[in-house]
Design a protein around this ligand. Structure first.
Ligand code: 9WO
Length: 253
């Protein structure tokens, strides 16, 4: 059971992103609870300002400290202590390892910025961890928060139909996923790999492992370099490489 509180100027966006699919079902089953808080509800005065022009000049606006501090105080009071995570391109890069770590916490507080960002003093005093989902700029932190909620939500116990489907996923063992096939057995020229129709479960497991290793070698050699491979894995990969190089008639590599 995980509780996620999100500070956002667009609570309906976060709600919609988490309403469907595996994560929506996790919420319905009580495995994940999501609460959105709007800093605008904690702003002062009639204009409900949440942003101001930046000191030093330049384009755009900066989110004010005070509405965020007041909103955060209310969020903190609502349940047990929790780390405050700010989604920004300046953060540490999100990986499945970090997703697993976050998924085990009882509670997370996600802070979404808008405009050109948040006054640095609020980040310095209130934020425990800054996380980036990749090296690109969005128009706000909400899409990144939705990514975090989806990734941690599906790991809650009971969220997935099959107990072991999370373990089989890409990245759970540092390798890419194997290819998947379903009906029909033949689509035009293209048949399903024979081994998958053989009923030989050990041969199927071996083939899938080999495909994972081979694809990781072809597409993400950086991941392969960090994966810990057994002797059996090395043999499967060597066999894949021999076949692939044969098919592609390349001498080197
Ligand atoms: C906007 C902008 C406009 C003109 C000049 C410089 C600028 N910088 C930014 C900017 O970085 N805006 C951010 C928008 C402020 C924090 C929230 N926003 C955000 C978060 N964009 N992208 C993310 C994000 C979060 C996590 N992982 C990847 C991207």
């Amino acid at each position: 059971m995980l509780r996620v509180d999100v500070l956002t100027l667009f609570p309906e966006f976060i709600e919609q992103c988490s309403a469907t699919g595996v994560v929506g079902r996790a919420r319905e089953r009580g495995l994940l609870s999501l609460h959105c808080w709007n800093p605008r509800d904690y702003s002062q005065g009639n204009y409900r300002r949440v942003d101001e022009r930046p000191f030093g000049g330049g384009p755009g606006m900066v989110m004010l400290i005070e509405p965020l501090r007041a909103c955060l105080a209310a969020v903190r009071e609502a349940a047990e202590p929790a780390p405050v995570i700010y989604l920004s391109p300046q953060g540490e890069r999100l990986t499945q390892r970090i997703v697993r770590e976050l998924a085990q916490a009882p509670r997370l507080i996600l802070l979404c910025g808008r405009y050109e960002g948040i006054d640095e003093r609020l980040i310095a005093t209130q934020v425990d961890r800054e996380i980036s989902i990749g090296d690109y700029v969005l128009s706000g932190g909400e899409l990144a928060a939705a990514v975090v909620i989806d990734a941690v939500g599906r790991l809650q116990d009971g969220a997935l139909h099959h107990a072991d489907s999370a373990i089989q996923d890409s990245f759970e063992d540092g390798l890419l996923d194997c290819p998947h096939y379903t009906r029909p057995e033949v689509d035009g020229e293209d048949a399903v790999p024979e081994v998958l129709l053989s009923g030989d479960h050990r041969a199927i497991a071996r083939w899938r492992r080999q495909q994972s290793l081979g694809r990781t070698w072809l597409r993400r050699p950086d991941l392969l370099a960090r994966a810990s491979l057994s002797d059996a894995d090395r043999a499967l990969l060597a066999d894949f490489q021999r076949q692939w190089l044969g098919r592609h008639r390349i001498a080197g590599k």
